[in-house]
Write a protein that binds this ligand. Structure first.
Ligand code: NAP
Length: 327
């Protein structure tokens, strides 16, 4: 792998612009190509970085200067774009949710394994120094045996049937947009799939989940209580409760701080004084994997991405939420 990795971005919407603010600070990566259906969007993102703008996705992926692909299109297109890139032998970092359902995630993973090409879900939460420290406190028993976790991720958006948040054709709804962070966090802490899932949701007028709450029970009785919403603002906090203490992680999905309590005494606070949003951490993890010849990332394995997608499927099945493209 080259010392400076050339990236091609598929999608030129909201998230790619935020990602670029951090990505441009990386010394070992550069943006070389951007695909968008809309030429002006591709040009707008590509031009400041001297990258090439494309409206033909395959041509962009085939560009020999493109060493890796970042996918940031709406959820329902992730599988199509990931499989195309993998088929052409280009490593893929694909936005969350990896795909709208587990069947699509399995197809992406099969394609990666069949072609021997790198694939990772862009679950950037895992790569923050704060998250890594939290996981160290959990795994070394600092808070004792973990019995319970709570996570909420809600924000309030005006209902717009065309937007990807509300449109069922684009796999809209709170669960896949932000609930996935909570489900993935519980999976990271408990290290397995829940054995029992209880849940409720409320629909938007477009028929996707405006908000949902669930209780997940794990094999040895550990429990997680999760809430997601696109109709309610919430503190967006994780609490991990153990027999000796607990951990609080404000804004857990891109954390700047975590607090460790032993009993009810504040024992330690860890802070991340970064200037950007923190997207650089996940790109750096991909770069390390590619340079070491690894085909997946140890902090978010492909099998775990499948397991999380299966839990999301179970939740939607409980509400009878089937997207039009799922038949
Ligand atoms: N990690 C995070 O914190 C984070 C934050 C926000 C979003 N995301 C994820 O990133 C993905 C994109 O979200 P976003 O907020 O950036 O969405 P967005 O602003 O709607 O942008 C999506 C991009 O995909 C293109 N696109 C839309 N429909 C398409 C189609 N049918 N065929 C081809 N391209 C299409 C858009 O239009 P044009 O092709 O016309 O340019 C745009 O370039 C989602 O999966 C979301 O969950 C992650």
């Amino acid at each position: 792998m080259k010392s400076v990795i050339g990236w091609g971005f598929i999608g030129a919407g909201g998230i790619t612009k935020r990602v670029m603010n951090d990505f441009k600070e990386l010394s070992d990566a550069k943006l070389v190509a951007v695909f968008s259906r809309t030429e002006a969007n591709a040009v707008q993102l590509a031009q400041p970085y001297g990258a090439k703008a494309y409206t033909d996705c395959e041509a962009m992926i085939r560009n020999p200067e493109v060493d890796a692909i970042y996918i940031a299109t709406p959820h329902h297109l992730h599988m199509e774009h990931a499989c195309l890139a993998l088929e052409l032998g280009k490593p893929v970092l694909c936005e969350k949710p990896f795909a709208p359902n587990a069947a699509q995630v399995r197809k992406m993973v099969e394609k990666a394994r069949e072609t021997g090409t790198y694939l990772m879900e862009a679950m950037w939460t895992r790569f923050f120094p704060v998250t890594r420290k939290v996981m160290q406190w959990v795994s070394d028993g600092t808070i004792g045996d973990v019995h319970y976790l709570t996570a909420d991720f809600g924000f309030s958006a005006a209902e717009n049937p065309q937007s990807r948040l509300f449109n069922p054709d684009m796999a809209g709804g709170s669960l896949l947009d932000v609930g996935v962070y909570a489900v993935s966090y519980a999976s990271m802490v408990f290290g397995s799939k829940p054995v029992e899932v209880l849940s409720r949701s409320r629909s938007t007028s477009t028929g996707v989940d405006a908000r949902m709450a669930c209780l997940l029970e794990y094999e040895n009785g550990q429990m997680a209580s999760l809430f997601s919403s696109i109709s309610t603002s919430t503190p967006q906090e994780v609490r991990i409760i153990g027999t000796k203490g607990h951990i609080e992680v404000p804004r857990f999905w891109s954390p700047r701080e975590a607090r460790l309590f032993i009993g009810d005494r504040l024992e330690d606070t860890i802070k991340d004084e970064r200037t950007g949003e923190g997207f650089g951490y996940e790109f750096t993890a991909v770069h390390e994997d590619l340079r070491s010849g690894r085909k997946e990332n140890a902090l978010i394995t492909l099998d775990e991405s499948i397991a999380v997608a299966e839990t999301l499927d179970t939740l939607r099945a409980q509400w009878g939420l089937v997207y039009p493209f799922e038949g």
